[in-house]
Design a protein around this ligand. Structure first.
Ligand code: BES
Ligand code: MN
Ligand code: ZN
Length: 493
């Protein structure tokens, strides 16, 4: 893990591998540094050999003229467009370039970009997140890192003022990123490792370390609870299902809890309605909603938030086999609603239905579920935003705001009653698929039937794993998407 330090020091005195200098379009190079380098930085800019466009970097070797080995110019683009997310991405870029250049330590100065609109604490949090998130690697199954593994081991904030605020922001980011690492690890483990039992054991261990009460219901208990919809999916698998319940009650006694629900489908073959084999390996990420919820619970405990929050994660595989559910089968959910299962690949909504019913016993203030639910949501929004659905405008607005500031964005989708017609069944109360079009919405309309509280649903099918269009702080594989958005939402809630 990288260490973070905050120091009151001027830039030309900092002894470090790489010294990142953030610049807006049109900015001049910092004087003290430029002078010591004989005007080299200002000459680069004047001759347009370096322009501080967004995320444009240039490494300058200081040849012993400064205590820092390398000065790293990092562009932020137009000052008027500056945001937390740009800070996060620019810091991520700096960390990557520094690591690539073999630096063991990176110093940054935020003094020049802190303002009323962009306070020191927020900027320090964003920058630290960018560094931690961009340097994540998943090496569990490799003997050695491929690139001989220079590891950046120290991030240092050199600042003139605001040191306590910068420290507070960096500390929060470190805790949050530890939880994102956990969620990413859970997603990146292959299906043969990350079974429901493994996810449950990891949740027990990490919750204990962080200070969250965690219980795991086994199959017998799940049967006692009559979670027939969840069990229908689980019955085709040799791996026993688990239902993870995490409770964190550190808020006012009378305050109703926020309940987070995550889809913990450890591998989705599609079941009897089996998926095509091309790309099926990505279905190990189908537990990402669950991973995000476990991560968020750990993060809020590390941050010691004074809130009441519950996390629920139904975990199972979706497998074909002699005992698996078949198209046309009918399951009786915990709520009593019967479901005609016309496609066994629409399994996420089946396991979530019972978790959403279970949430009712907490008399929740609100319930938010995260699920890699539909390919249709990816078709609609691509990979840059999760689909946002729900029954409570204020809740949805808050989630959207948290999405904007964390860069874990979501975009609202409709849930008009008209869609309900698509999931009417002639033989049961509801069926588990709609028509050809609007698949992300009919999935959400299905979930809505199991809620009776302010509710929001995030379809993270497109955002859970990062393949294309990577922000510099994303690494290929599991994105740990949702942890930061949920934490930010809960901090503001
Ligand atoms: N886990 C998938 C959704 C998914 C697809 C996530 C691609 C990430 C990438 C989900 O269980 C599923 O299979 N959904 C079906 C629903 C359909 C059968 C109504 C889908 O989207 O095709
Ligand atoms: Mn499926
Ligand atoms: Zn699935």
């Amino acid at each position: 893990m990288i260490k973070v330090q905050v120091k009151q020091a001027s830039l030309d005195k900092v002894k470090v591998g790489a010294l990142a200098v953030f610049m807006f379009d049109g900015d001049k190079a910092p004087r003290a540094l430029d002078q010591k380098l004989g005007g080299y930085l200002s000459a680069l800019i004047k001759k347009k050999k370096y322009t501080p466009k967004k995320y444009a970097t240039r490494a300058v070797d200081t040849l012993g003229k400064l205590p820092a080995d390398t000065v790293l110019l990092v562009g932020l683009g137009k000052k008027s467009d500056f945001s937390e997310e740009i800070m996060r991405r620019a810091a991520a870029k700096a960390a990557q370039v520094a690591r690539g250049a073999g630096a063991k330590s990176l110093a940054l100065s935020l003094d020049m970009l802190v303002s009323k609109k962009h306070p020191a604490q927020q900027m320090a949090q964003a920058a630290t997140e960018g560094i931690f998130l961009s340097l994540y690697r998943f090496m569990e199954y490799k003997k050695k890192p491929e690139d001989n593994g220079t590891e950046l081991s120290l991030a240092l904030f050199a600042c003139g003022k605001d040191a306590p605020k910068i420290k507070a922001g960096a500390d929060a980011a470190e805790k949050i990123c530890r939880a994102v690492y956990l969620a990413r690890d859970l997603g990146n483990h292959p299906g043969n490792t990350a079974t429901p039992t493994f996810i449950a054991q990891t949740a027990l261990r990490e919750c204990k370390k962080a200070g969250v009460r965690c219980r795991v219901f086994d199959k017998r208990k799940i049967e006692q609870l009559k979670m027939g919809s969840f069990l229908a999916v689980a019955q085709g698998s040799e791996q026993p299902p688990k239902f993870i319940v995490m409770e964190y009650f550190k808020g006012p006694k009378k305050e109703k809890p926020v309940v987070l629900v995550g889809k913990g489908l450890t591998f989705d073959t599609g079941g009897i309605s089996i998926k095509p084999s091309g790309g099926m390996e990505d279905m190990k990420f189908d537990m990402s909603g669950g991973g995000a919820v476990i991560g968020a619970m750990v993060a809020i405990a590390l941050l010691k938030l004074k809130k009441n929050v519950v996390g629920l994660v139904p975990c199972t595989e979706n497998m074909p086999g002699g005992r698996a559910i078949k198209p046309g089968d009918i399951a009786r959910s915990m709520s009593g609603i019967t479901v005609e299962i016309l496609n066994t690949d629409a399994e996420g909504r089946l396991i979530l239905a019972d978790a959403l019913s279970y949430a009712k016993r907490y008399k929740p203030k609100s319930v938010i579920d995260l699920a890699t639910l539909t390919g249709a949501c990816m078709v609609a929004l691509g990979t840059f935003a999760s689909g946002l659905f729900g029954t409570d405008q204020k809740l949805m607005d808050s989630l959207r705001d948290a999405g904007e500031s964390t860069g874990e964005r979501c975009w609202p989708m409709p849930l008009w009653e008209d869609y309900d017609d698509q999931i009417k069944s002639p033989i049961a109360d509801v069926k588990n698929i709609g028509d050809r079009y609007g698949g992300a919405i009919t999935a959400a309309a299905f979930l809505k039937k199991f809620t009776d509280y302010p509710w929001a649903h995030l379809d993270i099918a497109g955002t859970a794993n990062s393949a294309k269009g990577l922000a510099p702080y994303q690494t290929s594989g599991s994105a740990g998407y949702g942890v930061r958005q949920l934490v930010e939402f809960l901090r503001k809630d």
